[in-house]
Design a protein around this ligand. Structure first.
Ligand code: COA
Length: 153
């Protein structure tokens, strides 16, 4: 899809919660990290169709803590564009590593991150059972562990 513009959300703009909650079902957790990081939005024809949140977690390390594309626009390459934009901005911020975490049951997301050059770096065991009160099931698999991935920049 052409004509997608990705830009940083301004301080006085509404946070696109509806989108961010597609990637993370906990509003408390979204609220916690949205104020620690920067939110970027993808625009298409005056509409916000995707978003991501980037945080500096440690020296030389950034983390992509949320990425989401409006359901109507999924599967058209916007997710990949958002990830490549996050890679570019992390490099501009002088990071050497970009990290991301996803559920053990998020098979499409695991494919997408690896197609964008991320490699599995670890497992945060029981992350989802510890931090989320609702059970999450995707692809018929219970989401219990967080798969950590990273990309050298
Ligand atoms: N198996 C193999 N590849 C898959 C796949 C699967 N199950 N699901 C997606 N992909 C691949 C696509 O084939 C495509 O690869 P290609 O360019 O080689 O064809 C690639 O992933 C990118 O797809 P794209 O169209 O850019 O993704 P998208 O715009 O649909 O965005 C998400 C991806 C995950 C952001 C989007 O689906 C979304 O918002 N999901 C809900 C929120 C979410 O889960 N966020 C991530 C939390 S970790």
């Amino acid at each position: 899809m052409q004509n997608i513009e990705i830009r940083k959300l301004k301080e006085d703009e509404d946070i696109p919660y509806e989108l961010l909650l597609l990637a993370d079902p906990s509003i408390e957790i979204v609220d916690e990290y949205i104020h620690r990081g920067e939110c970027f939005a993808a625009h298409y024809a005056n509409e916000i169709v995707g978003a991501y949140v980037l945080i500096k977690t440690r020296p030389l390390t950034f983390e992509l803590v949320n990425i989401a594309v409006d359901e109507k626009y999924q599967g058209k390459g916007i997710g990949k564009k958002l990830i490549l934009d996050a890679v570019k901005r992390a490099r501009e911020g002088k990071a050497e590593v970009l990290e991301v975490g996803t559920g053990n049951s998020s098979l499409g997301q695991l494919a997408l991150y690896q197609k964008c050059g991320f490699r599995i770096s670890g497992i945060d065991k029981d992350f989802f059972t510890k931090h989320y009160s609702e059970k999450i099931i995707e692809n018929g698999i219970e989401c219990v562990d967080m798969i950590r991935l990273s990309k050298e920049l």
